[in-house]
Write a protein that binds this ligand. Structure first.
Ligand code: GLA
Length: 409
């Protein structure tokens, strides 16, 4: 008996170290076992954001017109949900430190705007920054995290994009975990979109902190290349693709908002852009002026078969499975046991591209039902491989389904 008491009073050196290692208060925020996800974004978020088209020239009239078009022009029915005001909506902080809106741009205020968006069956998104200033020079949330989260909740905000300008030596994991906690404490479910450009590799630590994280610098409406701080779409794709193992329901790699319809690329290139984002299970956040979009742009953004690939409930990010020069084959496993397959031609001339069943993880002899999701046409039952001529900078996107697959076909 005496011996037992002595043993309890003096734990061995090893177990003291063990206790320290597993003390949640000594762990980085992301590894704290008490941290839970917010349960949002079980499929990649869909919506619209003001930045790519309107940049800092954003106002109440534009947001209302966008919400109207989204609700009545087919986008809401196709799954687009969040109307997000990016940078430059902010006014000053009030005497108590609460953030206010710029009343010259938003005369009715953000609470009224949120109500307007909600009345159309849509959700309301907003933007802030983990530093002292946003990238557009407006007040950031540093030192005001809980107050800002509370103010957003009062306005009826459903989505926060949180940027990384003017953060000095701040630690990204600490800064994003702090705002995630503040959003939780606000009592309102608020989707958390992290915009830290991939600098601190958030895919390694943010799956219980954010619902999506930017993996690169800003997108620009160009096919490829690097332009100061922004990147063409193929350049983004090459950085986002290898991160596929880190994406899943509730936490997605974000290769940035869409440029479809902004005028810098051809319709073929925009179809490739949209298809690649869908293959990568990326958030589909339109970035064009949807109130004035052309039928051609509309047909791309509202292609429900491509959207279904993005939104597949299995939530696996697709990736490149074969490459030969400029010809690539991509595969995304789907909940029905099938695959979405992308034949992608990065080159300057049309090319014949083949996807072999063995490359896709199927026995060559297996007969699969094939459908072209841009032509909206069944190709028929195929075995061994599918070959298509793919235009320059273009894609052919095919759904393959096993007959009687997991969920039928
Ligand atoms: C950064 C972000 C962009 C946009 C701007 C706003 O550059 O990466 O997506 O939000 O700031 O100033």
């Amino acid at each position: 008996m005496v011996l037992t008491l002595a043993a309890l009073a003096m734990p061995s050196a090893a177990s003291a170290q063990e206790m320290l290692d597993t003390d949640p208060n000594t762990l980085p925020a992301s590894q704290d076992p008490r941290r839970t996800t917010n349960g949002l974004a079980q499929t990649p978020p869909m919506g619209w954001n003001s930045w790519n088209k309107f940049a800092c020239k954003v106002d109440e009239a534009t947001i209302r017109a966008t919400a109207d078009t989204m609700a009545t022009g087919g986008m809401k029915d196709a799954g687009y949900q969040y109307v997000v005001i990016d940078d430059c909506w902010h006014g000053a902080r009030d005497a108590n430190g609460f953030i206010t809106e710029d009343r010259a741009r938003f005369p009715s205020g953000l609470k009224a705007l949120g109500d307007y968006i909600h009345a159309r069956g849509l959700k309301f998104g907003i933007y802030s920054d983990a530093g002292s200033r946003t990238c557009g020079g407006r007040p950031g949330s540093q030192g005001h995290e809980y107050q800002d989260a509370l103010q957003y909740a009062r306005w009826g905000v459903d989505y926060l994009k949180y940027d990384w300008c003017s953060t000095g030596t701040r630690n990204a994991e600490e800064a994003y975990a702090l705002m995630a906690d503040a959003l939780k404490a606000s009592g309102r479910p608020i989707l958390f979109s992290m915009c830290e450009w991939g600098n601190a590799k958030p895919w390694l630590w943010a799956s219980k902190i954010g619902n999506m994280w930017r993996t690169t610098g800003d997108i620009t409406d160009k096919w490829s290349g690097k332009y100061n701080y922004s990147l063409g779409i193929v350049t983004i794709v090459d950085r986002n693709e290898p991160l596929w193992p880190y994406a899943g329901p509730g936490h997605w790699n974000d290769p940035d908002m869409l440029e479809v319809g902004n005028g810098g690329m051809t319709a073929t290139e925009y179809r490739s852009h949209f298809s690649l984002w869908a293959m990568m299970a990326a958030p589909l956040i339109a970035g064009n002026d949807i109130a004035t979009m052309t039928p051609e742009t509309r047909d791309i953004l509202l292609n429900r078969e491509v959207i279904a690939v993005d939104q597949d409930p299995l939530g696996v990010q697709g990736h490149r499975v074969a490459k030969s020069g400029d010809s690539e084959v991509w595969s995304k496993p789907m909940a029905d046991g099938g695959r979405a397959v992308l034949l992608f031609n990065r080159g300057e001339a049309p090319a014949a591209i083949t996807a072999d069943w063995t490359t896709l993880g199927y026995p060559a002899a297996l007969a699969l039902a094939a459908r072209d999701v841009w032509d909206h046409r069944d190709i028929g039952m195929l075995s061994a491989r599918v070959t298509r001529i793919v235009p320059a900078h273009g894609v052919v996107m095919i759904r393959l389904r096993p007959k009687g697959g997991a969920k039928g076909s």
